[in-house]
Write a protein that binds this ligand. Structure first.
Ligand SMILES: *Cc1c(COP(=O)(O)O)cnc(C)c1O
Length: 429
């Protein structure tokens, strides 16, 4: 008999978290400990050799943190994964086993502002490079992948412009070229989209956003499908050849579908130390219990608010893929049938000055550099999150000076609309 597949909401509550074996505690305890006592010298040696799985030191693994990684892996349909200290840490951790000096990642031009900066500036210090392409131009994506490319990177719903990536098409190209597709699934969450079912190899998350859902944690997740053949070429020597950073262990194929995950723990977390703390993991685990309920309300509210804004004569444009007017409406329907997320931008008549006035007059909305909170959030990307970019880059990233970004919360939609209505009135008076 085959085992019943548990549904999303059941996994969101139960995956990774059986009752605590020591005490029976039903909620996942916060294992606030740095180290774990070895049974004996032989046990310790086996753990260090990866011959037996267990806990050594919390920079590498911790039961609370592992429970979080296992739960998100279950929700995304991944073979394994790690939790780490932030979404940005997750991106470096995802690239780390794949890249090396002189290697590049082909990345979408439409990404979170912080990621554009991390990729265009900071990773250069490691000798890594990002080649940015318009991922709607599939020929350009294919042409950009060269002998030194080690991954393709996109976001499911690109923050902030409401752009939907064609994940199946990008996965096909990456596959053809023998490199993994990495998808940042932060703004969709696995409730709206499971990129691995569409061919992605690696999924990264900022757990700071919808997964935790209430603005209390900074965290990240890296997940691996376990299906990529790292040994098919000589492109990924850290995985397919003796790894000098781990006494010559050949991670793939030795560790099979867990090669990437074990490398991320045994070398990545060990040496880069971008570890999540157990208390943060506990909060995120609690947040995920209601992910399905929250996402349903987020997308329902976002659709209502976007439709209201679109018919308002004081508003120039609304970029939400849930609207028929969006160039990505059809793709959203095909790839995200449950909704196009809860993050979008709109342009106000009156440009930059009106946007700033709007921000200064909202009462229910919080003016913060965050998204994916139960609360409705607002920000003027061009003067904040996307400030370090040139105006051309801002426009390309969907953060032109005349647009405001909304992250629609799960309050009563009438109250969200009333707040926008009064603030728009003041901004455009
Ligand atoms: C916030 C965010 C990140 C970065 O995550 P942090 O947890 O803030 O480091 C990366 N990608 C997307 C899409 C985000 O929204």
């Amino acid at each position: 008999m085959t085992e019943r597949q548990l549904g999303f909401d059941t996994l969101a509550i139960h995956a990774g978290t059986a009752p605590d074996p020591a005490t029976g505690a039903r909620q996942v305890p916060i294992y606030q400990t740095t180290a774990y006592v070895f049974r004996d010298a032989d046990h310790a040696a086996k753990l260090f050799n990866l011959q037996e799985i267990g806990y050594i030191y919390s920079r590498l693994t911790n039961p609370t943190v592992s429970a979080l990684a296992d739960r998100v892996a279950a929700l995304e349909g991944a073979a394994g994964g790690i939790a780490c200290s932030s979404g940005h840490a997750a991106q470096i951790m995802a690239l780390f086993p794949l890249m090396g000096p002189g290697k590049n990642v082909v990345a979408s031009t439409r990404l979170y502002g912080g990621t554009l900066t991390q990729f265009s500036q900071t990773i250069k210090r490691f000798g890594w490079e990002a080649k940015f392409v318009d991922t709607d131009d599939l020929n350009a994506v294919e042409a950009a992948i060269d002998d030194n490319t080690r991954a393709v990177f996109c976001e499911t719903i690109a923050n902030p412009g409401g752009y939907i990536s064609d994940i199946p098409a990008l996965a096909r190209i990456a596959d053809l070229k023998g490199v993994p597709l990495i998808v940042d699934n932060t703004t969709a969450t696995p409730w709206l989209c499971k990129p691995m079912e569409m061919g992605a190899t690696i999924v990264v998350h900022s757990a700071t956003k919808y997964l935790t859902g209430n603005g209390t944690v900074t965290g990240g997740i890296v997940l691996d499908s376990g299906k990529f053949n790292w040994s098919a070429s000589d492109k990924f020597p850290s995985l397919s050849q003796p790894e000098p950073a781990y006494h010559g262990l050949v991670f793939h194929p030795t560790l099979g579908g867990m090669a990437f995950t074990f490398h991320s723990i045994a070398v990545g977390l060990r040496d880069l130390g971008m570890t999540m703390n157990p208390q943060g993991a506990h909060y995120t685990l609690m947040g995920i219990e209601t992910l399905g309920l929250r996402m349903a309300k987020h997308v329902e509210n976002a659709q209502i608010v976007a439709e209201w804004l679109e018919q308002d004569p004081r508003v120039e444009t609304v970029t939400y893929a849930g609207l028929k007017s969006s160039p990505w409406h059809g793709r959203a329907k095909a790839l995200l049938p449950k909704g196009a997320g809860a993050l979008f931008t709109f342009a106000l008549k009156g440009g930059y000055d009106a946007c700033v006035k709007l921000i200064d007059n909202v009462k229910l909305f919080s003016h913060v550099a965050n998204l994916g909170d139960t609360r409705s959030l607002i920000i003027h990307s061009a003067s904040t999150t996307h400030r370090q970019l040139t105006e051309a880059q801002q426009v390309k990233a969907g953060a032109a000076p005349n647009v405001v970004r909304l992250s629609i919360g799960i309050e009563d939609p009438a109250d969200i609309i009333a707040d926008l209505d009064q603030a728009i009135a003041k901004a455009t008076a």
